[in-house]
Design a protein around this ligand. Structure first.
Ligand SMILES: *Cc1c(COP(=O)(O)O)cnc(C)c1O
Length: 421
């Protein structure tokens, strides 16, 4: 559920009209709903009630500091995957003891940042990383708390680019080698083993792969404890999917997910950590764009928008579907017609939807891409020298620009021309 609804024929974000934001900041732009962000966080937090737990928002989904602070004030921790994300979380006011550090390529520099600034745990993904982490920790005279990410070799049944739990993926260590790798970690004085980590992919729409993976984790927990390791925390990753298409059967809810976690892992008396990203931010955001031209092509009409693949890459990158709605609610009974909805970038891949049924639209009309709050603004680029689009946060009847649109000069002046030219 979200807080983007029509009121008196116009699309609103909570109590603010989308057209009012468009008039203030220009198009295209991203807009996020505070109430939706908090609702989704709360759903996860409540779903794990009865088990000691921390919901660590995977901030790569949407890392604007206003979003981070909104969630952190509600009690969220953060899952970070780079030194930049770590510093961004700190800048947003998240204390180190609520930040977990994931990722396959943590550098010594990034590890140093986190050890100096405070960290809840590192989710270690390989033996070479373990060696570096141990060395940096000892040099700094501290002990790094770790889980080791195991790759359970389950098929998450999601898009190949966001599946991470098969043996051929680059993530984690094969679960079959876990005992040996935990033994190695235990021998390193700069490391302290505290638990196990797993994350099998993103946009999962079925609980079965999660359950398979968590059963393997439960079994591993018993084995590692018998080996003498102190397993007190299980980090279960993120990945629960969201409904991108109205009318599709909804993926399992956080409540159903929580019940499954309780069932598969509840008896182990471990603290549970989860790292949802998409489910918290995805349906909490829209990308709003204006129709520049309606162009009649060979047997089809194109809606050419001012937003493009550089602003929202998911359709081009993952063949992802986004519902696209008119900001002025179509009158009841109006005939819809098919459009190819495209941006101005010079690539055929800059196509958001083909033959999408829409009410009749004209130049100057606004449309909104739903479910654009996750992996939207964070994946944007300035391809075609198109400045990054602004982000806006709504809270009740208030809204604020939380990242302004750079001017053309700001964008252009980042280049420097060598003196020999
Ligand atoms: C991307 C990622 C997540 C979040 O995935 P979502 O599908 O957005 O919930 C969580 N943990 C790790 C390690 C990730 O890489």
């Amino acid at each position: 559920m979200d807080h983007f609804i029509y009121k008196n024929g116009a699309l609103f974000a909570e109590d603010v009209a989308i057209s009012e934001i468009a008039a203030a900041v220009g198009t295209p732009f991203y807009v996020y709903s505070t109430a939706t962000l908090l609702r989704h966080f709360q759903a996860f937090d409540d779903a794990l009630d009865g088990m000691e737990h921390l919901v660590c928002y995977a901030m790569k989904a949407n890392s604007n500091q206003a979003v981070l602070r909104t969630l952190a004030q509600a009690g969220a921790g953060m899952d970070v995957v780079s030194g930049g994300e770590y510093l961004r979380a700190k800048a947003a006011g998240v204390p180190g003891e609520r930040i977990v550090f994931s990722g396959v390529g943590k550098t010594a520099e990034e590890i140093t940042l986190a050890l100096e600034g405070g960290i809840r745990q590192f989710n270690v993904e390989s033996e070479p990383e373990m060696v570096v982490l141990d060395a940096v920790a000892r040099k700094l005279g501290v002990v790094a708390p770790i889980t080791i990410r195991v790759n359970p070799d389950v098929d998450a049944k999601t898009h190949a680019k966001i599946a991470t739990g098969k043996s051929e993926n680059k993530f984690g260590i094969p679960i079959a080698r876990a005992r040996e790798v935990y033994q190695l970690a235990a021998s390193m004085s700069g490391l302290k083993i505290i638990g196990i980590d797993v994350h099998i992919g993103s946009q999962l729409t079925d609980l079965a792969p999660f359950e398979q993976a968590y059963q393997k984790v439960a079994e591993l927990c018993g084995i590692l404890r018998a080996d003498g390791h102190d397993i007190m925390r299980l980090d279960l990753g993120g990945g629960l999917g969201i409904p991108y298409e109205k009318g599709n059967t909804a993926p399992p809810s956080p409540v159903e997910y929580g019940a499954m976690v309780q069932k598969t892992l509840g008896h182990l008396d471990c603290e549970i950590e989860i790292e949802p990203g998409r489910l918290i931010a995805g349906n909490a955001g829209l990308m709003v764009s204006e129709v520049i031209y309606v162009k009649s092509g060979e047997g089809r009409d194109f809606l050419i928008l001012d937003g493009a693949m550089n602003d929202l890459i998911r359709p081009a990158m993952y063949e992802a579907h986004h519902d696209i709605v008119a900001v002025i609610e179509p009158a009841v009974g109006v005939d819809q017609q098919p459009y190819d909805i495209v941006g101005p970038v010079c690539e055929s891949g800059d196509t958001f939807a083909k033959q999408r049924m829409m009410p009749p639209l004209a130049a100057g009309d606004l449309v909104a891409f739903r479910s654009a709050g996750a992996y939207g603004a964070v994946m944007a680029s300035e391809y075609n020298s198109r400045p990054l689009i602004p982000e806006v946060l709504v809270h009740g009847d208030q809204f604020a620009v939380i990242r302004p649109r750079p001017t053309f000069d700001e964008m252009i002046n980042r280049d420097t021309i060598p003196e020999w030219l």
